[in-house]
Design a binder for this molecule. Structure first.
Ligand code: MN
Length: 210
């Protein structure tokens, strides 16, 4: 891209920052056609279709685990060509009764489409209001950026969903794991006071995550 065009784009961006009343708080817009991640930007002449491709969402993930779900990620770690574009995908498989446990994505809004099965979904806003729906095949639900949310398979068959996230690397923080499986562990006194339970019960829960 010509230097003049870059200067013009940067100038326009700075003008928008100064004069727009809206606050811009998302991944930055791309400044060039692509900037494929390879620690540093890959030489455009060396970029190929493989940098924009991932063949991993066709197979079901293994849901034989404590929560009965599996998330297969398709973000910039799998697809370097996503670098700077502010978008990524996941496939989520759910066994009957399985949950994608309450979690947040610090950098992304998520929009999920249910491909098979029946899902109870929900999120909680910062006023602790709970928003929830039961999704049927083809239904779509939005989980606003950084809010705590979950899905549970409430049908009689396996369920599968695809979700798009507004970050090349959304991050995921599973609430229960963060609090009860941190390394090193949080002090019992903190968790006991926070959850209004005994320290013995804290130890009991922590052992479940060991
Ligand atoms: Mn999520």
């Amino acid at each position: 891209m010509a230097n003049g065009m870059i200067s013009f784009t940067l100038g326009l961006f700075l003008l928008m920052c100064c004069y727009s009343e809206k606050i811009m708080a998302s991944d930055p817009d791309p400044l060039q056609d692509f900037c494929v991640a390879d620690m540093e930007s890959k030489d455009p002449m060396a970029v190929s279709a493989e940098d924009f491709f991932f063949g991993g969402l066709g197979q079901a993930g293994n849901t034989d685990n404590a929560v009965g779900s599996n998330v297969t990620m398709a973000n910039v770690m799998q697809i370097p060509g996503l670098n700077t574009f502010g978008i990524s995908l996941v496939r989520i498989d759910y066994a009957v009764g399985g949950i994608n446990p309450p979690h947040t994505h610090p950098r992304a809004t998520e929009v999920l489409v249910l491909l098979e099965g029946q899902l109870l979904v929900g999120f909680i806003d910062t006023a602790n209001k709970f928003f929830s729906k039961t999704l049927e095949k083809g239904d779509v639900f939005v989980f606003p950026k950084a809010l705590v949310h979950f899905q549970q398979n409430v049908g009689h068959e396996n369920a599968v969903a695809i979700a798009a996230l507004s970050s090349q690397l959304p991050g995921a923080q599973i609430i229960a794991n963060s609090l009860f499986a941190a390394d090193p562990p949080l002090p019992d006194s903190v968790l006991a006071k926070a959850f209004r339970i005994t320290q013995e019960l804290v130890d009991f829960i922590q052992k479940k995550f060991a």
